[in-house]
Design a protein around this ligand. Structure first.
Ligand SMILES: C[S@@+](CC[C@H](N)C(=O)[O-])C[C@H]1O[C@@H](n2cnc3c(N)ncnc32)[C@H](O)[C@@H]1O
Ligand SMILES: [Zn+2]
Length: 1018
């Protein structure tokens, strides 16, 4: 047993960089990984879950109270693993344990016998009875927001018991299969699944083959590419507009394929668009898509159909995935097939061809079958579940859902007739074939998994080397998809039964042997009456939901409706809180979605925060006094932190350490130019003692700078950068604050967490400035000697925050995994401006982050609005220097200034009087480039007074001016300027060098700045 006051390893050290590397790499593993069994959103990597769990379970050997059995065992066993030399000192032993944790985080070692045995034996040595006596009870690890099960699965791997719960039945079924069924039955389950899968596939083939006719030449369709259509409403046109975001079919270098079109104009009829598959030589040859942000362009007359009309027309077709045929079976409207993708026996690669009558015949048959099946069900008195999911979609406006406005109102509306029939038949075949309830659960998951690639919300991926049907859940949402791909479930390609069964078999076989099967899975609410007695668990480790990030329960209904049909009456697949609810429980779901209510109350921010505070308090209740907790926070803004952390502290926890781990894959295109967090902060916490006492504010503040400074240094050494680093500092700062019941100022006033966090931001900001500009700047208020001006400090802080953590993975070509949000399907919906389409250039940060830095450092953001930054809708953009050109040089431009510079002889301040030529002396300066209405820009206001002082060129203005001269090729003028600046003082070069280190690699600014610096006379 580890004594209560003995520190756990994760409270003193953690191999951040190595674990980050393994965690990020794991996201691209597509074969044999448990997460491939079924999608769940925001899954955490097993690598980080495993590593942190070990750090929570093992004591620190350097602690005087560390059990001697543990140290002895560790010395005995660690040498079995390569490279883990425990040496002779406690310090060496600690290093060896950390090395073990780092190496074991590698997916390749996760099922290795030695790693499993050593880790389990050491958990036992730490938690067994003193003296190694009889009666070992493995520690119980509890995860009340277990989701896809990363944490409890790792608990089992390490020989612990696990209690995994989630409010969502879909998550719980995944958990049951992962944590109970597979460990209990082992690899023979894979064999049985394969056997039953083959049988289901055979029967499905018999029933469904005619819906997917083969080509007369033997080619086999593996997918059909469709467009929803609307009619042009401009007078005298009436052409059908196929809605397609792009006409590319395949962009592979050796097989470029796309569609081009011509317009036929038969007399007395609306114009008709005809397609042709061709081989483009370049991007330019491929016609532009017909729809962006719900505006459709007619290919016949060029008219644009506005979003409300597109919506109305698609809505009239109930989503538009249905084909309209006339009495002769000819298509007259509705969805239009653009192309069929086929495989030809004996020929490599995929082939693209135009649709044929046969293709449409398959669709017509499917549509007729749907009518028959529904008719039979109705005539039979609607016994049992409707064969096609008739459960309602959530109401319009529900977080993340955009399809209802297009007439999709029931879950069944998301599917084509063929998909409805196929899944309705396959789910019922699963029941009749499954040998045991365990096999039936697995089959249900396989079918539900396949459904994600078989809805009318699946894109055809045609970029890079991709050539495949993409998942419905490319994002954690359900947006409209205009042109979609319909997979062929009887094929062997993506979205097929074979694919799904095969993936599941691989995942089962890759399970480590001898996994404990003592997990308990339960559908329950983490925040109310958690079904465990007080002090039941040794470790409480969880990864809670975050505000409005993911509408889990609504999304999960997509799967729920098929799972229910595949395993009717399954005890987990129901709403235990409301038997009348045909879908997953929503009321108690911890999500911020104001369209929803709990007990008459809208689920707003405060409601969410209260839920989380309750969950933290419940966690504290079920944890033993000597237990330890872990909470994963992976959030993009600071806004939620304060409330959630104060909920934790109020709930009786103290934070004892925090580790940022890169759990998201890096180098995503979207991460460029905006601060997207790559890390999740793992907070380590302990129950606070009742007699923790009152802290003294001055004392707390005294400790803060050193703690944060040391921490920043340590993390930077591990490659953590920018916003990731800022968030990671909140943890150690809290270690100082949360150890007291409360903190009081000298006058007895209680200091709130918010006030403390303000100080934390100030300390982090100053440390950052000290690093990039020097100590004078870090200390400086405005005008202080030796410091550059406010705009330079703002720019430097901005760029510093923007830097991204790079876990230096060897990601290679690693593809997307199921649950990673893709950049595909970027809001295709809507005219709505929150969409990121058409974004202005420049680097951006969330306003909240900029504000938090600026305020304590005396930077007045409104003063720089329109000049250095631009704030819109909660996002601050750093103006690219090109946009500053007019502001700096005026109408006559850089050339005029350059010409003057080349003639002027003044050396002290050569740009004085040249920059801002368009400003009226004394009057409110007419700074350029802000466009109209600059006085009210999002969150900032510009006052004349604030601008009045800004007319003299600052160091930043002069650096930018020099960069612009460099850009304009005005070498002589630039040389004159640089020489003068060198004589004037060190600030110019100091700032230029600092910025060069901060501007992202590959950015125009960095390139110009470096070129300019090369021109500096030495
Ligand atoms: C961030 S996810 C957990 C992901 C998990 N760690 C993994 O690796 O897959 C948060 C989970 O909280 C669940 N949840 C939301 N509200 C809940 C509540 N009141 N009680 C229990 N679970 C809830 C959601 O269904 C979701 O699965
Ligand atoms: Zn038209």
């Amino acid at each position: 047993m580890i004594p209560k006051s003995c520190k756990r390893l994760a409270e003193v050290d953690f191999p951040i960089a190595e674990v980050s590397r393994h965690a990020a790499r794991e996201k691209s593993i597509r074969h044999g990984h448990p997460s491939t069994l079924h999608l769940w959103w925001a899954r955490r990597p097993l690598a980080s879950s495993r590593a942190v769990l070990l750090g929570l379970l093992w004591p620190d050997p350097c602690d005087a109270l560390c059990p001697t059995e543990f140290k002895a065992k560790a010395r005995e066993l660690l040498p079995q693993v390569g490279g883990c030399n425990p040496g002779t000192t406690d310090d060496n032993l600690r290093k060896a344990l950390l090395k073990f944790i780092a190496d074991f985080a590698n997916w390749d070692n996760a099922a290795q016998r030695t790693y499993l045995e050593v880790s389990r034996a050491l958990v036992k040595a730490a938690h067994g009875p003193a003296g190694g006596g009889e009666g070992y009870e493995p520690p119980l690890v509890v995860d009340p927001f277990a989701g896809g099960g990363s944490i409890p699965l790792e608990a089992l791997r390490l020989g612990c018991e696990a209690f995994a719960s989630d409010l969502n039945p879909v998550a719980c079924l995944i958990l049951k299969v992962m944590l109970e069924d597979i460990p209990r039955h082992g690899p023979k389950l894979a064999e049985e699944l394969r056997r039953v899968g083959t049988e289901i596939r055979r029967q499905a083939e018999k029933e469904l083959a005619e819906l997917y006719p083969r080509d007369p030449d033997g080619a086999i369709p593996i997918a059909y590419i469709w467009a929803r259509t609307v009619r042009c409403e401009s007078p005298n046109c009436g052409a059908e507009i196929p809605l397609a975001r792009s006409f590319w079919l395949c962009k592979k270098a050796n097989r470029r394929r796309a569609l081009k079109h011509r317009v036929e104009r038969p007399a007395g009829e609306p114009p008709r668009v005809e397609f042709e598959v061709f081989e483009p030589n370049s991007e330019k040859e491929v016609p532009a898509g017909t729809v962006t942000r719900a505006k459709a362009t007619c290919l016949a007359c060029g008219a644009v159909l506005p979003p409300d009309r597109v919506r109305a027309q698609i809505s009239g077709q109930r989503g538009g995935a249905h084909v309209v045929f006339d009495a002769h079976g000819r298509r007259t409207g509705g969805a239009r097939m653009l192309a069929a993708v086929t495989l030809r026996p004996g020929e490599p690669g995929r082939h693209y061809r135009l649709p044929t009558e046969r293709d449409y015949e398959g669709v017509r048959t499917a549509q007729e079958r749907v009518v028959t099946v529904l008719g039979e069900w109705a005539r039979g008195g609607k016994q049992g579940l409707c064969p096609v999911p008739d459960e309602p979609l959530p109401p319009v406006g529900t977080l993340g859902f955009r399809v209802q406005r297009y007439g999709m109102l029931q879950w069944g509306d998301l599917f084509t007739a063929r998909q409805k029939i196929a899944f309705s038949r396959m789910t019922s075949l699963s029941g009749s074939n499954a040998s045991t309830s365990t096999v039936q659960e697995l089959i249900a998951l396989c079918l539900s998994r396949a459904a994600a690639r078989n809805s009318s919300l699946c894109l055809w991926l045609s970029h890079g080397d991709q050539e495949t049907v993409w998942t419905t859940f490319g994002r954690n949402a359900l947006p409209i998809v205009w042109d979609f791909a319909e997979a062929v479930p009887l094929s062997q390609s993506t979205g097929s039964l074979d694919d799904s069964f095969g993936v599941a078999c691989e995942a089962i076989k890759a399970y480590p042997s001898s996994l404990r099967h003592s997990a308990q899975v339960q559908v329950c609410d983490a925040a109310h009456s958690y079904p465990l007695p007080d002090e039941a668990s040794s470790v409480w480790f969880t990864d809670p939901p975050y505000y409005d990030a993911i509408p889990y329960a609504d999304l999960a209904d997509f799967f729920f409706v098929w799972l229910k049909r595949a395993t009717p009456g399954h005890p987990l697949l129901r709403d235990p809180f409301d038997p009348a609810n045909p879908l997953t429980p929503k009321t108690r779901e911890a999500v911020q979605d104001e369209t929803k209510r709990d007990d008459g109350r809208a689920k707003d921010r405060t409601w969410f925060e209260e839920m989380m505070a309750r969950a933290f308090a419940e966690g504290r209740r079920v944890l033993r006094e000597d237990g330890v907790g872990g909470v994963v926070f992976a959030h993009k803004t600071t806004e939620g932190w304060e409330a959630l952390l104060s909920g934790m502290i109020r709930g009786g926890w103290i934070i004892t350490a925090s580790w940022p781990i890169a759990t998201e894959r890096s180098s995503r295109p979207r991460a460029h130019g905006s601060a997207a967090l790559a890390t999740s902060v793992h907070l380590i916490c302990r129950p606070r003692r009742d007699d923790a006492g009152v802290g003294d504010w001055a004392g707390v503040l005294r400790k803060l700078p050193t703690r944060v400074g040391d921490w920043m240094e340590r993390l930077q050494g591990e490659g953590v950068r920018g916003a990731d680093l800022v968030f990671a500092c909140i943890g150690p700062a809290l270690e100082i604050f949360s150890r007291y019941t409360k903190v009081e100022a000298a006058d007895g006033r209680e200091v709130k967490l918010a006030e403390y966090l303000e100080k934390v931001w100030e300390v982090v900001g100053r440390s950052a400035l000290a690093q990039v500009l020097g100590t004078a700047d870090a200390r400086a208020r405005n005008g202080a000697a030796g410091a550059v001006e406010e705009d330079a400090r703002l720019t430097a802080l901005f760029l510093w925050t923007l830097q991204s953590t790079n876990p230096s993975t060897e990601l290679g070509a690693g593809g997307e995994t199921e649950d990673s949000a893709s950049d595909e399907g970027e809001d295709e919906d809507d005219d709505d401006e929150t969409s990121s389409r058409g974004k202005a250039k420049g680097f951006t940060l969330v306003f909240d982050i900029v504000r938090r830095f600026a305020q304590p450092l005396g930077i007045e953001l409104p003063k720089w609005e329109g000049r250095v930054i631009e704030t819109k809708k909660g996002v601050v953009r750093l103006l690219p220097i090109a946009e500053r050109a007019k502001q700096l040089f005026g109408e006559d431009g850089a050339q005029a200034v350059a010409a003057r510079l080349e003639q002027e002889t003044t050396t002290t301040n050569p740009l004085q009087g040249m920059l801002f030529p368009d400003m009226q002396p004394g009057a409110a300066p007419a700074i350029r480039g802000r466009g109209r209405g600059f006085r009210k820009r999002g969150d900032a206001e510009v006052s004349d007074e604030s601008l009045a002082g800004a007319r003299e060129a600052t160091t930043l203005d002069r650096v930018h001016a020099a960069m612009l001269l460099q850009a304009g090729g005005r070498t002589n003028a630039l040389r004159a300027l640089l020489k003068a600046e060198q004589e004037r003082g060190p600030d110019f070069l100091r700032l230029a060098n600092a910025l060069s280190a901060l501007y992202p690699k590959g950015s125009d600014e960095k390139r110009l700045l470096d070129a300019m610096l090369l021109a500096v006379p030495r």
